[in-house]
Each structure stands twice: as C-alpha cells, then as structure tokens.
Design a protein around this ligand. Structure first.
Ligand code: GL2
Length: 833
C-alpha cells in the first residue's frame, strides 16, 4: 500500500521556500533567519549553542512536511500502527543523524562552512538526550530508526525525564555522579502538544455499582490526578518520506497554582501540588537491571503507560473505528516488564471506562499486547508488593486478582492437583510480603513473548519462564537484537563508510547483507592497506581525545582493546583487569617478553548505589595509575578509563576498536548490542558463548572470533556440583600471584583494605565465576596477541567481521518483529510537490 498525502495545498510549502529548500544559498539564508527570528541572536553575538540551535531548526523545518504527512496517514482506519512502549529511549544526539537520514549532510556542511563555521563543532555541542541506562534503552532507539527506515508507521511511547542518566566524572579514580541537565538550553527537536494532554489518576478507592442495564460495575474514585503532556520528537527514516514520532510524556499538575491555599496565606502549599506532580517525570532511575522497588518508579511506569494507552484509544476512535478492532489497528510492544501494567490498565479502560464485557476486553488486550524479555538476572525481575501496588493503583490490583483467578482456573484444568506449578505461574507471589510478579502479568496478557538472542530465548524457555512455556508454547519466539548501521556506521565512521562505498557502491546501509560483497576484498592487499589506514587514522583521533580528556598518552600503533558497557559484576570488567595484571606481572618478571603493545580502554557507568561496581572502576583506574607510570612496562601496556560513556562517546570509540571484550559469564548477557557495533566497525571479538556472541561467531566464522570460557551447561553443572573458587586460586600459580598483588596494596599505595571487598568476594563466593574462566581467558588473550602480530591476517579477519554483520542490522530485527509478532507492513508515503 502506498499512500499519498492530500493535505490542502496551502499546507504544502513550495520547494525552494526558505523552510524546505536545499540549495546552498537557501540553506545559508534559512540558517541565519532561524538564528535571528527563532534564536533571537545576531551573528556577532551568537555562541556555538546559538548556531547549533539555528541549524537544528533549519533541519527540523526540512523534515516537517514528511512528519506531518506521516502523522496524517496514521489517522486512516486501515493503517496499522506499532506502538513501542518503553521506559527508556537512549536516542543520542539528533542533528548528525538527521543530516544522514535526510541525506542532506553534504549541502548543509557546505552551507555551514561557507558561513565561516565548522559543522562538526555544531554537531558536537548537542547535549544528548540520555533517557536510558544502557542496552535496553539504546535498542529502543535503534528500533525507532529502523521502523521509520522500513516505512512502518510507529509511535515510540515513553517518559520525558527532565534529568536523564547522570554524567560521570572520575575524581581520584572514583566515579562521581553529576546531574544531567540536557534541557538546559532548550530542545529544538521536540514539539509540545498540550492540546493532547491526558489525565492520570492515582490512589483512592473503588466502588461497585450497578449500571442502567443492571450489570455489576466498578468505579475508581482516585485520590489524586496529574496531567500527562505529550512532547513529540520526529524520527526520520533513512532516505524515505516516513518520519515517525517519539511521544514522551511530561507530568504536570492539573492546576499549577492553588489559589485557595494562596489566599489563606499558604504560599508553599499553593505550589506544592505542582511540585509533587512534576516529580513523576523528573528523573530516570539510574539502575540497569536492578530493581529498586520505589513507589515513584511504579508511578512512572503507570503514568506513561496510562498516558500512552489513552492516546492509542483516542487515535483508534478518531480514525472512525470502534474499540472492538483495537488489535487490528494497533500492535503494542512492551519493552521489558517496565510497561507491563499496561495489561491491567488496558483492561480497566476497556471494561470500566468503555463498558466492554470482560471476556471481550481480554481478547482485545491479549491480541494487542506483546512482551519482550531482556534479562535472566533474578535481581531484574520486577515485583511490586501487593500493599504498595494496592495503595497506588487499587483498581488495577483488583483487575490483576481477577485476571489471576481466571488464569489459575485454566491452569488447574490443565494440571489438576499440581499446586507447586500453580504457585509458580500465579501473578501473585504468596511468599513473605505478597507481591505482584510483573513478568507473569506480561506473559499472561500478551499474545507473543520473545527473548533477544537465540540462546537467551532458549534459556527463557528452560528457566525463568519454563512453566509458561509448557503451558503456552505457541506464544514463545526469538528476535535477535540488531543495531542501526546508519548511526553506528555511516554517522560514527564516515571514513570506513566511504571506503566501503568505493568498493561495493552504496545501498548497503539499508541492505546490510550486501556487506558480504566485501569478502573478496579481504584477499586484496591494496584494499587491506586502505582498511588498515582508515583504522589507523581513527585510532590516532581517539588517542588525541584520550590525551585531552585524561592526560594519558597512548600509542595508536598498539592494539586497541576496548570494553565499554555498564559496569556490572556479571559483565566481568574485573576479569579484564586480572588479565592486565597478569601481563604486568609477566613483564615485570621478564622485561624482554615478546608481545604486541596494548592499550586497554574502558568506559561505563556504575549504578550510584552499586558499591562493587564502583570499586571495579577504582580498580581499573588504580591499576592504570601504576602501569602507565612504570617505565618497565609502559611502552607496551596502557590502561585508560574514559569517563562518561554515552552514545556520543560510543560513536567515537567503536570505530577505533580492534578487540572487543564481550566476556560475561555464559548465560547472563541476554544479547548485548555493543558486540554488534564493534564487529560492524571491524573489531574482532574475544568473548564467551553468551547472548548474541553465539550468533556473531556463527556469522563471522569460528576462525575469526576468539572464544573462551565455560558454556552455559558447564556453568550450570559446576554450580550444582558446588563451585569452590578457592581451589582455582590455590592450583594456579599465576592467578594466585595476580590476586595477591592486588590484595597486597600494590595498586593502592599499600592500602590492603581498598580492594578487599572485591578480592574476598572472588575468593569466597565468585558468583560470576571469574576464577573458573581465568586461565581460558588468558590463554585466549595470548592467542589474540599472536594473531595481532600477523598483521595482514588480522586485517583480513577485521574485514571479514564487518562483511558478515548483515544479520545484526536492526532492520532485520524489525522485519522479524513485523512479520512474526506485529503483522505490520510498510506504508510508503508519496508527497506531492
Ligand atoms: C538488557 C540486556 O542486559 C542486554 O544483554 C541486551 O542487549 C539489552 C537489549 O535487549 O537488554 N537488559 C536490560 O535490562 N538491560 C540491557 O541492556 N538494561
């Protein structure tokens, strides 16, 4: 289906109009007009931020026609819409990405340069909207890019946090958190739509009543209300007319000023409601895969879910449909359990507010919703105490009990007398303080349940969701994650992109499988030389950046070995450190040791309350302080912790990597997506058989991947037979020496207490089995060293890695979702000039 927009002609500006034209002179005029009329500045008084803002408006003007056209087609009853519900969208900066997707990078660069400015400087000054913690939020952003690029009508629904993920500084080797004020200069990409605000209720009580037809009904009498104000951001597709919307909700008080209180002289009380209401969208919880169980978090979840579902229902009715066919127009994907209260809220809206019968409403709800699970970590499985849930959402708790009672009746029919199974499947955990299990609610209320990599989806069926799998196997499927090559190649790595273009032509950014055409180039010495030169240049740039940021000088001719991701024990950054200390120990023992020089680069944030993770950062910086200054080793070893890892930083670091560290304990990293960004940019991976590593290795070939460590089954077996880390310590001389060196205070100015919590944890518990995987890791790293010294073959492997990454384009992931879960089609949009 292709649709043309039939906006009245006075809505369609002429092409050479200052708001849409792409001629160099037009762009320059438009840019200075926006500086003057929107930003309110004269060029001689304008700061870089002012120029950035003027350029952002100039670009925004140029996508508005497509954005409005896309909005317009959503109202057609036959157009199916995907709603992506996510508590996090880690978008990264918009300007550069929009220039690429709109294919206007070159003319804009020329216009800006002819105006005496530097485009890259303007791109770099954008404060990135860090409205997510890590992989899960960034995945949502990649998926929005692919949905638009594949011309699938979609809306991302989330929260407009006033403060996103904190900025990280390193002070005396420790992480310090700084408030993220991403909105401080305003946000040129968003448009507020207060006219589409919705009301959200909390607390209070419920009241049964009988309606005019004599039916039993329940009414919710809330204790308080807040308003949800939508802020829309355009999501451009690559080289298409589709511009979808990211709709983020901001919480506001219904009355911003209480005159009764004010008139009674209560100045504080007069604004208090406003303050309390606005807290809901104030700040992103900075925990990744760890629940805090705070009431405010549940309020946030319900807030954005209720706003979004009300929005969906409004759109359904405005398109001329009734709610009976909601599932035909909308497919709503729940990104993890964070939005899973949607199951209860959609039921409430349909039954209590729109008066549908329960069974009918249930059918619509389950056909509309689908659930993606992103983790097997027990500490990330959301549960809410029944008492907290009931005080905040009394009607929803009743609805959940009703869903549960009907659900358990079915289970009883299927498994008579199996009380244990009933207890596992129940939406309520009856043990101790009773709680609502959000994953169970999501499973029961969805028609599809997917994991995010083949291994993860299999493990879900075997472990955390095993009972659900046995009961409803038809709901389960896998959709392996992917990342957008527009941001992670074209924007991040223009030099490699240009080299690939020269070899295989363009078009591959939307058909990433076409990178296979590079395979033959791996055998071409000339091409290998060019590939190596590109990598060398990018490494030199990163080296400059490192020197500016940290004062540490690194040699671009050493192997760049990089681990960037959230700091978490299961991701095992400290295993990487054990390897570094092993090399250090070796070089101290034998200064003539033959090895390629290595630069170890780390980046990542630790949850502010996660002591062990913060200590791992301190360990990395402390080892770096000693190693980098030790003349015996510092020509061959450098250790850098680059502060404030975020999307912008990722764009700089992935292209420069030669070795990608993906070293989680097998079975714990659901997928990983950094692993894909590295490989796409020609890094080789050292990794365990975990998450998407398994599939990456399948694609690039075992001979082009450095595998180490236990497999999932071995981990399980070792655990069940009784894991004793101490036995590895005692039986491995080097490992013992390495651990003793850290414990002795060698890296902490003689302080033996600083790293004791880390060391004791490894020796006495080691829940992530570093000691068991240590030797295998070190052996594999030695293999990496030998391979790197055969530099022609290394470059060959690097090219083959990039060439075989087609599967990991998020376009493929979205096509999988569209076909197997959403039944959503492309709707190409034609725009009449
Ligand atoms: C995560 C997983 O840990 C990660 O492996 C996966 O790639 C992403 C996206 O699917 O989801 N789960 C999770 O809670 N966070 C992740 O990054 N925060």
């Amino acid at each position: 289906m292709t649709v043309s927009t039939n906006l009245p002609s006075f809505h369609t500006p002429g092409v050479e109009d200052d708001r849409t034209g792409l001629g160099i002179e037009t762009l320059k005029r438009a840019f200075f007009d926006n500086l003057y009329y929107v930003q309110g500045k004269l060029p001689n008084r304008a700061s870089t931020v002012d120029y950035y803002m003027a350029l952002a408006y100039t670009v925004r003007d140029r996508l508005l026609q497509r954005w409005l056209a896309t909005e317009d087609i959503l109202t057609r009853p036959e157009v199916r819409i995907v709603g992506y519900l996510s508590a996090e969208f880690l978008m990264g900066p918009h300007l550069g990405n929009n220039l690429i997707n709109l294919d206007i990078y070159a003319p804009v660069k020329q216009a800006i340069e002819e105006s005496g400015l530097n485009l890259q400087e303007l791109i770099d000054i954008e404060e990135e909207p860090g409205l997510g913690n890590g992989g899960l939020g960034r995945l949502a952003a990649c998926y929005l890019d692919s949905l638009a690029s594949l011309q699938i009508p979609a809306i991302g629904y989330g929260i407009r946090y006033e403060f996103g993920i904190f900025d990280q500084e390193i002070v005396d080797g420790w992480q310090v958190e700084i408030t993220d004020k991403w909105l401080k200069y305003g946000n040129p990409w968003e448009v507020a739509r207060p006219e589409e605000a919705v009301e959200i209720k909390f607390g209070g009580y419920t009241q049964p009543y009988t309606d005019d037809q004599g039916r039993y009904r329940v009414r919710w009498v809330p204790g308080s209300t807040v308003m949800g104000i939508p802020y829309d951001t355009p999501i451009t597709g690559y080289n298409v007319n589709t511009v979808n919307t990211l709709r983020l909700w901001k919480a506001e008080a219904p009355e911003s000023f209480d005159f009764t209180a004010f008139n009674q002289g209560d100045y504080w009380g007069a604004v208090n409601d406003k303050v309390v209401s606005e807290t809901i969208s104030k700040v992103l919880y900075p925990n990744d895969e760890q629940i805090q169980g705070k009431q405010l978090r549940l309020q946030q979840q319900f807030f954005f879910v209720s706003c979004s579902l009300q929005d969906v229902i409004r759109r359904q009715l405005e398109s001329g449909r009734t709610l009976d066919t909601l599932h035909e127009k909308f497919s709503l994907q729940m990104n993890d359990t964070h939005p899973s209260v949607a199951v209860a809220e959609l039921m409430r809206l349909l039954v209590d507010e729109h008066m549908l019968e329960w069974d009918h409403a249930w059918d619509i709800t389950t056909r509309t919703l689908a659930y993606t699970n992103h983790t097997l970590l027990p500490e990330a499985l959301e549960k809410w105490s029944v008492s907290l849930f009931g005080s905040l959402l009394p009607r929803h708790l009743e609805i959940i009990f009703e869903i549960n009672s009907r659900f358990l009746d079915q289970v009883r029919l299927r498994y008579p007398g199996d009380e244990a199974r009933l207890g596992q499947l129940s939406l309520i955990d009856e043990g101790g303080d009773r709680s609502v299990r959000m994953a169970n609610l999501a499973c029961v209320g969805s028609h599809a349940i997917n994991g995010v990599a083949a291994l993860h989806s299999e493990l879900l069926k075997k472990t955390v969701l095993h009972d659900f799998y046995e009961l409803m196997p038809e709901k389960f499927c896998n959709v392996t994650n992917g990342v957008t090559p527009r941001r992670w190649l074209a924007l991040s790595n223009p030099r490699l992109t240009a080299l690939i273009d020269r070899r295989i032509g363009n078009g591959w950014l939307t058909h990433l499988d076409r990178l296979r055409e590079l395979e033959s180039a791996a055998d071409d010495a000339g091409f290998r030389h060019e590939w190596r030169m590109v990598k060398r240049d990018i490494k030199a740039d990163l080296a400059d950046h490192i020197a500016n940021r940290t004062g540490i000088s690194v040699n671009p001719d050493t192997l760049f070995d990089i681990q960037v991701k959230r700091i978490h024990e299961y991701k095992r950054q400290h295993l990487n450190v054990l390897h570094i200390v092993t090399l250090y120990h070796r070089l101290k023992q034998n200064p003539n040791q033959d090895m390629a020089g290595r630069t170890f680069i780390f980046g990542g944030k630790a949850a502010p309350g996660y002591d062990m993770a913060k200590r791992i950062i301190k360990l990395i910086t402390s080892v770096g302080d000693v190693v980098n200054k030790d003349p015996d080793v510092s020509d061959r070893l450098r250790v850098v912790f680059l502060p404030d890892y975020n999307v912008t930083f990722g764009q700089r670091v992935y292209p420069a990597a030669e070795l990608s560290e993906q070293i989680s304990l097998a079975g714990l990293e659901a997928s990983g997506t950094g692993n894909m960004k590295f490989s796409m940019n020609g890094a080789l991976t050292i990794g365990t058989l975990d998450g998407a590593n398994v599939e990456i290795r399948e694609e690039v070939g075992a001979e082009n991947f450095f595998l180490f460590g236990m497999k999932t089954e071995e981990v399980t077996a070792l655990r069940s037979q009784g894991y004793n880390p101490m036995s590895y310590y005692h039986s491995n001389e080097t490992l013992k020496a390495v651990i003793d060196l850290i414990a002795s205070g060698h890296f902490s100015h003689g302080d033996r207490e600083l790293f004791r919590p880390l060391i004791d944890n490894l020796l006495y518990h080691d829940p992530y089995m570093l000691l068991a995987d240590y030797q295998s890791y070190v052996d594999c790293q030695d293999q990496v060293d030998r391979a790197y010294r055969d530099s022609e073959n290394w470059v060959r492997m690097s090219i083959l890695n990039a060439a075989r990454m087609g599967k990991f384009s998020s376009d493929r992931s979205i096509q999988d979702y569209a076909q197997t879960i959403w039944q959503a089609d492309a709707v190409p949009i034609e725009i009449e000039a």
